[in-house]
Design a protein around this ligand. Structure first.
Ligand code: GPV
Length: 833
């Protein structure tokens, strides 16, 4: 029930409506008020944490006023909204971003300084919101920034994990996971204790005839868990639009605990019920590109999807429209298959609760959803066991069977007598136990399916979803190449470069139309411009060198070439190939005369990234990198010629320091395995070059910036299958340089040789699935080309500037506009009213 203030009293409200600050004096007043009242502190007790909290609350007040106006605008226009369902939103810090997006960082800087604080130190106090694993979660965060910046009526829906991705510590060279309890103080969320949805699990289904003789199914009994909404305002850049990210938190449906149980003396079990309920939103699963099929994960998925759909349907019902207009008002995008149950849940709502006929309901459902695929790796494609579904979501299992039945019947009509086709495409895999193939369900229930880079979209059409292209036709399958927000990944992370670009392109407008970057290409040979560019890169490297010194104790020379690979640790991303390359470099330098060493180009190899706690091979890679670093960094013969750094706990706020400091970054996945990659875009946008394979978005980056400006190497996706076949059935001889590296490892040059046996064994004895040996020679040669090119700083700078100038395509604004036009069919809101 919603209550509004009667007309005669509204004048009083308007008179006292919150006036958000926009000058230094008002900002200071807000900060002091928050310190003194909200935080109950004083000038005698105000540290940087308190200053951070108060500054954030002052900005939050501003955001929430605009948030309210944005919601009102959406309601008045009463048009189509888009809902982005994602189990991950890797937001990072909010304060710096909010200050820049509303254009008041200058005001805040001056205000904080008047009050005795340096803005940089205040920003540093914030704990990252790390509700994601890697690329998939960060993409969702970039999308939210673009949706708000472009004034789209859009909502994000996710889970409010109490623990985000774990904090990584490196102890004796090994990864140790520490829980990330981040909600201690979070000024960016608004608990909505009045927005709750009760979610059902388990129970049984019953079919009966209603008074009109119609078959009805009811789902009864089982357990109820309550979803509570927490709203996070998402400010757009240079626009009043402030969108909403709604995160659901779980708690026991009966409030604190079950009073009946309590009164009957069953205190312990009532507390246990409460804890079981809270467990649902307790922790983010720390797996990237891997499906583990855990029951609690399925519970998370249904809990989040059911609460979100209830909210979306409730909003639609308020418009009093007919159901057949649902997909004119609502577009729902599925970020990977994690929210696929939304398809089943909407069908259930329409048929079981709203009484629509099956076909009528299905027509609505299949017009509403779009599905984005983010991987072709078989171990990442979600499958759920039928017995698990039977117990947890019995009614949904029936609906899935029915969806599948109608689907298979339609295919049978179109392609008669092809039993093998039916077995291949069935949503139910006939294994022991039977499994539900979530990607197939997502395809059947969506009107569009997209991949995230051209090669990737081609691959899903020609491999894993080939049969579905034949069945639904090619138009259902499309490509939307990923993008990144230039606000965070250039303006915020690299303020000096942003300023330089702004000074040559007529201000910050380029951040809203990234193709304007093209205008700086005319300075690619400009002496003065190049000098400034070089100085900025050097300063960013000094900043990273300080961070390296502070966190690892190792001194690195900022004049050396900084070669960086930061991303989740995964065999397909091939950090092992990088570290083998480093060992090869070390062995080469060691075998040189002092005279020869004078010609060696100094290099700093930087690694960073988390391994999934159960991914033993990835943890072994981290251990090897640290062991190699320990030997090389303390070898007096080597000095500045080579340093190997593993940066602990790579996350969004560290990325903002690391990415602007690269000369070269590595994106070296086995061709055909990295769907897109997005850090490749971030590095180039910050004036670094790439060494990479012909994979994911590297290919489109090459098309845009030109092949002279990127260091490509290795086998092509089209050859991978044959090479793997040859490994298994023919000769597999180890690359000779790699063999020499393996000998050094086995000799114990980097400590206990046994510790790394699995890494070398995977290549020598177990088929080298990721083609490390096949690509090694090409990799080492291309690294030599990098050294050579870096020697000519003048040409190098031209490459960097030209590349940045040509990166306009990779803004997430372009990407979101493509989704809006070709998948969602939505228009931006007019914000002038
Ligand atoms: I599936 N991605 C991810 O980060 N986690 C996952 O579980 C899955 C995919 C990534 C892909 O690996 C990247 O190539 C891609 O750029 C990113 O999703 C965003 O599309």
């Amino acid at each position: 029930v919603e209550a509004s203030i009667p007309e005669p009293q509204r004048a009083a409200w308007k008179k006292f409506a919150t006036q958000p600050f926009s000058n230094v004096e008002d900002f200071e007043r807000d900060v002091v008020r928050h310190v003194e009242t909200t935080l109950a502190r004083s000038i005698f007790n105000c540290d940087e944490t308190a200053a951070y909290a108060a500054a954030s609350l002052a900005f939050r007040d501003r955001l929430i006023t605009e948030w309210n106006r944005t919601q009102q605008r959406q309601t008045i226009v009463d048009g189509k909204r888009v809902y982005y369902l994602s189990l991950e939103f890797l937001m990072g810090r909010a304060l710096d971003n909010a200050m820049l997006n509303v254009g008041l960082k200058g005001v805040a800087k001056e205000g904080l300084s008047d009050l005795g604080f340096r803005i940089e130190d205040v920003i540093e106090q914030e704990h990252d919101a790390a509700l994601g694993n890697g690329g998939l979660g960060r993409l969702a965060a970039c999308f939210l920034d673009s949706l708000a910046s472009l004034n789209y009526p859009a909502w994000g829906y996710g889970l409010r994990y109490r623990y985000g991705i774990f904090k990584q510590e490196i102890i004796d060279g090994y990864q140790v996971e520490v829980p990330d309890y981040w909600l201690d103080f979070n000024p960016w969320e608004f608990p909505r204790h009045d927005i709750v949805v009760d979610i059902q699990f388990h129970g049984t289904t019953k079919k009966y005839q209603d008074e009109n003789g119609k078959q009805v199914t009811v789902w009864e009994g089982g357990e109820i868990v309550r979803a509570v909404a927490y709203d996070v305002p998402i400010p757009g850049f240079d626009t009043p639009s402030t969108n909403n990210l709604r995160l659901w938190s779980s708690k026991a449906a009966s409030g604190e605990f079950d009073f009946q149980k309590f009164n009957s003396g069953d205190y312990e079990s009532s507390v246990a019920d409460q804890q079981r309920a809270e467990t649902i939103s307790a922790v983010l699963y720390p797996n990237d590109n891997l499906d583990r099929g855990k029951e609690l994960r399925l519970k998370q998925q249904y809990f989040w999807v059911a609460a979100s759909l209830y909210d979306i349907v409730r909003r639609f019902k308020k418009t009093k429209r007919a159901w057949n207009q649902f997909s004119d008002q609502v577009a729902i995008q599925l970020n990977d298959t994690h929210p696929t149950l939304a398809i089943v849940e909407l069908q259930r709502i329409l048929v079981d609760l709203e009484g629509l006929e099956w076909d009528e309901a299905w027509a609505i459902v299949s017009k509403t959803f779009g599905y984005t695929n983010h991987t072709v790796l078989p171990e990442a494609l979600e499958k759920w066991s039928v017995p698990l579904f039977q117990s947890l979501l019995p009614r949904h299992l029936q609906i899935i069977y029915e969806i599948n039945l109608y689907f298979l019947q339609s295919v049978e009509r179109k392609f008669p007598n092809d039993r093998e086709l039916l077995a291949r495409i069935s949503v139910i895999e006939e294994s022991q136990p039977k499994m539900i193939r979530m990607a197939y369900l997502a395809i059947v229930g969506s009107h569009k399916v997209n991949g995230v880079a051209e090669l990737h979209s081609d691959l899903i059409r020609s491999t894993i979803f080939k049969d579905f292209v034949k069945i639904f036709g090619p138009d259902k399958f499309t490509n939307v190449t990923n993008g990144i927000t230039p606000r965070r990944w250039l303006h915020q992370a690299n303020p000096r470069l942003s300023e330089l670009i702004a000074s040559k392109t007529g201000g910050l407008g380029y951040l809203k139309d990234l193709t304007v970057l093209g205008e700086i290409e005319k300075y690619a040979d400009d002496k003065e411009f190049k000098k400034e560019w070089q100085e900025i890169k050097y300063a960013n490297k000094v900043r990273l060198a300080k961070h390296i010194k502070a966190t690892t104790g190792v001194t690195v020379n900022p004049s050396a070439l900084f070669d960086i690979q930061v991303k989740r640790i995964h065999e397909y991303k091939r950090q092992q190939m990088n570290i083998f390359g480093v060992i090869h470099r070390y062995l080469t330098i060691k075998s040189m005369t002092p005279e020869e060493r004078k010609a060696v180009a100094p290099r700093v190899s930087v690694f960073g990234g988390k391994a999934a706690p159960g991914y033993w091979m990835a943890k072994t890679i981290i251990h090897l990198i640290n062991s190699v670093g320990k030997v090389i960094n303390s070898d007096p013969e080597i000095g500045d010629l080579l340093k190997v750094i593993f940066l602990e706990d790579y996350n969004v706020s560290k990325a903002e320091i690391i990415i602007p400091a690269s000369d070269v970054s590595e994106h070296i996945s086995t061709a055909g395995t990295e769907a897109s990659g997005t850090s490749n875009m971030k590095f180039v946008l910050n004036g670094g070059l790439i060494i990479g394979t012909c994979d994911g978005a590297n290919i489109e980056i090459t098309r845009e910036i030109g092949e002279n400006n990127i260091f490509l190497f290795g086998n092509l996706a089209e050859d991978v299958e044959d090479l793997r076949h040859a490994h298994n059935y023919g000769e597999h001889t180890l690359d000779p340089d790699l063999a020499r590296v393996f000998e050094a490892i086995k000799d114990g040059m980097f400590g206990d040789a046994g510790a790394f046996g699995a890494l070398t064994g995977a290549i020598e004895d177990h088929g080298d699935y990721y083609l490390v040996s096949d690509d090694f020679h090409s990799y080492v040669q291309t690294q030599a080309l990098v050294d050579e090119a870096y020697r000519n700083q003048d040409e190098w700078l031209t490459k960097c500037i030209t590349s940045v100038a040509r990166m306009g395509f990779f803004s997430s604004d372009r990407c979101i506009n493509e989704y809006a036009e070709s998948i969602w069919n939505i228009e931006p809101l007019d914000t002038s009213t």
